[in-house]
Design a protein around this ligand. Sequence first.
Ligand SMILES: Nc1ncnc2c1ncn2[C@@H]1O[C@H](COP(=O)(O)OP(=O)(O)OP(=O)(O)O)[C@@H](O)[C@H]1O
Length: 256
Amino acid sequence: MIELVDLCVFYGKQEIIRGVNAKIEEKVLLLGPNGSGKSTLLRAIAGVIGYKGHIFIDGQEVSKLRNYNILSTNLAEAYYLGLSVKDTVYLYEEIKGVDPELFTEMLNRIGLSNIVNKRWYHLSVGQKVIASDVLALASKPKILLLDEPFENVDLGKRRVVAGWIREYGREGIIVTHEVDIVRLFKDYKVYMIFEGRLFGPVSADDFLNASVIEGEDPSAVLTVEVGGRKFSFVKGDKGYRVENLISLDRIYNIGG
Ligand SMILES: Nc1ncnc2c1ncn2[C@@H]1O[C@H](COP(=O)(O)OP(=O)(O)OP(=O)(O)O)[C@@H](O)[C@H]1O
């Protein structure tokens, strides 16, 4: 379980994550517009950057964890080592419990067996994303943190990756800024982040079938605050349909 208590993350003096509280016990999707703090939240949970407040993973404070290998991530910080994909897999076998056979089999299944001997920085953008996803998944981690695992990935391959995310990893956070991705995970819970503040959860089904209106509505499945304005996700088509949102930054254009 990931527990966030009064969590704040700063870059210099700028507060990016602003007092977040949540208990995340299963795999969830985290949506938010560009710059809202999704990657920053994931980096803090992965222990890559510092924070104020608390982050507990299965009851242990992240900043105090050492050699903690039940958590896997596709965050790029892990790959800036100038290694080939194959060398990284062997390194990760040692430190993260990655299964090299499963890794190779997954790359074969998705048609990328040709990249194993290449260095990470020679991969195309989409290849790098898929290889990072596979590396995170091939340790079958208890907790999975995936930052934009579908970015620049072909539509057909997205279904394969989504199948793996369902299969491997029992808990965790899948970050995306594309509303369409939620359709691949209709039984998941959705959180949203706006301006460093977390809202949710709402079921993916309720989210996809909702429409957005400005203001606080008592029938809302979720109300969020963006730029000092409140927006309610309500059932039916009273407002702007979520299925037409594409990305959450469109919410700024919805007027009451
Ligand atoms: N290392 C850094 N130093 C200073 N500011 C940073 C740093 N990394 C990110 N930021 C800023 O923090 C804010 C949140 O960035 P973050 O990468 O968490 O957003 P995001 O929600 O993941 O966005 P995107 O969808 O564009 O990837 C942005 O305003 C960004 O400019």
